[in-house]
Design a protein around this ligand. Structure first.
Ligand code: PMP
Length: 361
C-alpha cells in the first residue's frame, strides 16, 4: 500500500475511490458515467443536493449561509473577494502568516486599499517561525472585511484563535476545512479549494453569509463571479465541475460515516503528534515552527544535515511513502496528513523516520 503525503492534489479516501471506480461506467443504473450526464438532470441535481445537505450537516451550516460549489481554485477567490467588496474606497485588512496569505494580500492590493497585518515573526538566527500575539498586531479600525488563513499549507503554521474584527471575517480554509471544528456563524465567508480535504482539483467551496451580499458590488463583475447569482442559480449559472462535485459528495458521505469533523480533529491531533514527537526527540530532524503554532495538517521538517534530504526522499519512496517533498519555495520535507490519511500511514512514516535516523544519525 502506497501512502501519499502530497499537500494537494492530495490523497482521497480509499473507500471513496473504490466506490467511484465501481460506479464509474454505470452511474445509478443509467449505463453512462456521472461525467457524461447533464447537470440539468434530476438525477444529477439529487446528487448535488445530497452533497450540499451533507456538507451542511458536517459543519452545521444554517440557512443564514449559502454553500456554493464554484469552478476553479482558491486563488480565484483571492481576486473575487476584493473585486466584490472593495468598491468606493473601502479598506480591507489582510492578516498574513505565510506564503498563501501573502499571495491573497498581493492580489487584493491590485483592487483597492489594503491594510496589512504582519502576524508572522521569523527569528533571524534560528529561522523559527512564530505567530505574534494578536494584542501586538497593528490593526485597521474599520475594515470592510478582514481576511486570514487559519492554516498555512506550505510552512505548516496555524492560528489557534480567530481574529476579532469590526468588519466581515473571511477565512481561506483550503488546507484545514473539515478537519477542525468551527462555528460557521463566526464567519462571513469561508472558502476552500477542493483538492485537499474535499475532493479532486477544479472546484472551490464558498460558504457565505447571505447578508454579505448587501455589502457587495456586483455591477462591474463578470456574472460568474457574482456570489448572489451563483447562490440563486444553485452554483449552476453555467456547467459546474460535475465530477469534482459528485466526488466531493462521496467524501462528505464518507466523513459522516467515519464520525464527522470532531472525529477528524481528534485523529488529526493524534496523527500530527506522532510526527512532531518523533521530530522533537533530538536534533536529527528539525521543524521550524514554534510548537504553539504548529499545523495539524501539514507537518514540515528538514534534516539537520540538508545533504541527506534527497536520500530521505528516495528511500521513503522505496518504502512506498510518497509526496513528501517540501514546497518548491522552501524545500525540505512536508507530510500532509489530511482526513484521508489513515493513522497507519502516519505510523509507517514515523517508523521510517526512526529507521532512517538510526541508519544515518
Ligand atoms: N490557499 C491555501 C491555504 C492553499 O493551500 C492553496 C493551495 N495549496 C491555495 C490557497 C491555492 O489554491 P489553488 O491552487 O486551488 O488556487
Amino acid at each position: 500500500m502506497t501512502y501519499n503525503f502530497c499537500a494537494g492534489p492530495a490523497a482521497l479516501p480509499q473507500k471513496v475511490m473504490q466506490r467511484a471506480q465501481a460506479e464509474l461506467l454505470d452511474w445509478n443504473g443509467t449505463g453512462i458515467s456521472v461525467m457524461e450526464i447533464s447537470h440539468r438532470t434530476q438525477m444529477y441535481q439529487d446528487c448535488t443536493d445530497r452533497a450540499e445537505r451533507n456538507l451542511r450537516k458536517l459543519l452545521n451550516i444554517g440557512e443564514s449561509h449559502a454553500v456554493l460549489f464554484l469552478h476553479g481554485g482558491a486563488s480565484h477567490q483571492f481576486s473575487n473577494i476584493p473585486m466584490s467588496l472593495l468598491s468606493s474606497g473601502a479598506q480591507a485588512e489582510y492578516i498574513t502568516n505565510g506564503i498563501w496569505s501573502d499571495m491573497a494580500y498581493n492580489e487584493a492590493v491590485r483592487f483597492g486599499n489594503i491594510h496589512h497585518v504582519k502576524a508572522l515573526q521569523i527569528n533571524d538566527v534560528s529561522g523559527l517561525r512564530t505567530l505574534k500575539e494578536p494584542e501586538t498586531w497593528d490593526r485597521c479600525e474599520k475594515p470592510v472585511y478582514t481576511h486570514y488563513t487559519p492554516n498555512e499549507t506550505i510552512e505548516g503554521i496555524k492560528f489557534n484563535h480567530m481574529p476579532q474584527t469590526n468588519g466581515a471575517l473571511i477565512a481561506d480554509m483550503s488546507s484545514c476545512i473539515l478537519a477542525e471544528s468551527i462555528n460557521v456563524n463566526d464567519f462571513d465567508m469561508i472558502y476552500a479549494g477542493a483538492q485537499k480535504n474535499i475532493g479532486p482539483a477544479g472546484m472551490t467551496i464558498v460558504i457565505i453569509k447571505r447578508e454579505l451580499y448587501e455589502r457587495m458590488n456586483f455591477d462591474t463583475l463578470p456574472k460568474l463571479f457574482n456570489y448572489e447569482q451563483q447562490d440563486k442559480k444553485g452554483s449552476m449559472i453555467n456547467t459546474p465541475p460535475t465530477f469534482a462535485w459528485y466526488l466531493a459528495g462521496l467524501v462528505f458521505e464518507w466523513l459522516l460515516e467515519e464520525g464527522g469533523v470532531a472525529k477528524m480533529e481528534a485523529l488529526s491531533i493524534q496523527k500530527s503528534s506522532l510526527l512532531y514527537n518523533c521530530i522533537d526527540e533530538d536534533d536529527f530532524y528539525v521543524n521550524l515552527i514554534n510548537p504553539k503554532d504548529r499545523s495539524l495538517m501539514n507537518v514540515s521538517f528538514r534534516l539537520k544535515d540538508d545533504n541527506l534530504n534527497n536520500t530521505f526522499l528516495s528511500e521513503a519512496k522505496e518504502a512506498k511513502l510518497v509526496g513528501l517533498e517540501g514546497h518548491r519555495s522552501i524545500g525540505g520535507m512536508r507530510a500532509s496528513i489530511y482526513n484521508s490519511m489513515p493513522v497507519e500511514g502516519v505510523q509507517q512514516l514515523e517508523a521510517f523516520m526512526r529507521k532512517f535516523k538510526s541508519k544515518y544519525g
